[in-house]
Design a protein around this ligand. Structure first.
Ligand SMILES: Cc1cc2nc3c(=O)[nH]c(=O)nc-3n(C[C@H](O)[C@H](O)[C@H](O)COP(=O)(O)O)c2cc1C
Length: 180
């Protein structure tokens, strides 16, 4: 992680007294419809990224996001080392991109083929047509079980809007149907 970031904190889950099984937890979580984002970063000139639903607003002042990434993912180390990333919120037209960035067989630059990406002034990959893109700088990283929780301050936001969001519900991608 960049020298401006705080130290990594680890939460000891071995002593957890949580009662629900991981399977029951996941069954419940499948009933939550989530927006879908692609988290991108760049480290030593190499782009990487992954599809993520675990993106949460923390507060607006200062603008702060929380992003949760599996420590086994190929992108995790790059996110930790780079200390900066971009959260690209997907529109319903981005289902193919969501599948590509969640495909464990594809690595690095391969995932960026097939979509239109620009490089922000801060050097981060920004997806053209994303509903919004949040450029972030990590301020703390906390390890909880399998995941790393990146708390990050938002340095810039590109808002495009104008399209329906891509959603993930019960293991499937879907476009949002607006009520008439
Ligand atoms: C809809 C969807 C949402 C996902 N959300 C997350 C997430 O929030 N955090 C995470 O670590 N992985 C998430 N994943 C899984 C990663 O995208 C997947 O493991 C990916 O292969 C990781 O790529 P990498 O190993 O190249 O980094 C999600 C996958 C899908 C299809």
């Amino acid at each position: 992680m960049s020298s401006t970031s705080s130290a990594v904190r680890a939460v000891d889950c071995a002593t957890s007294t949580a009662g629900a099984s991981p399977e029951l937890f996941k069954a419940g979580m499948r009933q939550i419809a989530s927006t879908v984002s692609i988290i991108t970063t760049v480290l030593d000139g190499r782009r990487s990224g992954l599809t993520a639903t675990a993106v949460c607003s923390v507060c607006a002042d200062p603008p702060t996001l929380l992003v949760c990434v599996n420590q086994d993912s190929g992108t995790f180390a790059a996110l930790r080392e780079a200390g900066v990333f971009c959260v690209n919120v997907l529109a319903s037209a981005h289902a193919d991109a969501a599948m590509r960035f969640s495909d464990g067989a594809l690595k690095g630059e391969q995932k960026f083929e097939g979509d239109s990406w620009i490089t922000s002034a801060g050097g981060l990959p920004v997806l053209e047509g994303a509903l919004a893109s949040f450029e972030c700088r990590t301020v703390s990283l906390t390890e909880v079980g399998t995941h790393g929780l990146f708390l990050a301050q938002v340095s810039d936001v590109t808002v495009t809007g104008g399209a329906h969001p891509l959603l993930y519900f019960n293991r499937a991608l879907a476009g949002l149907q607006m009520q008439e």
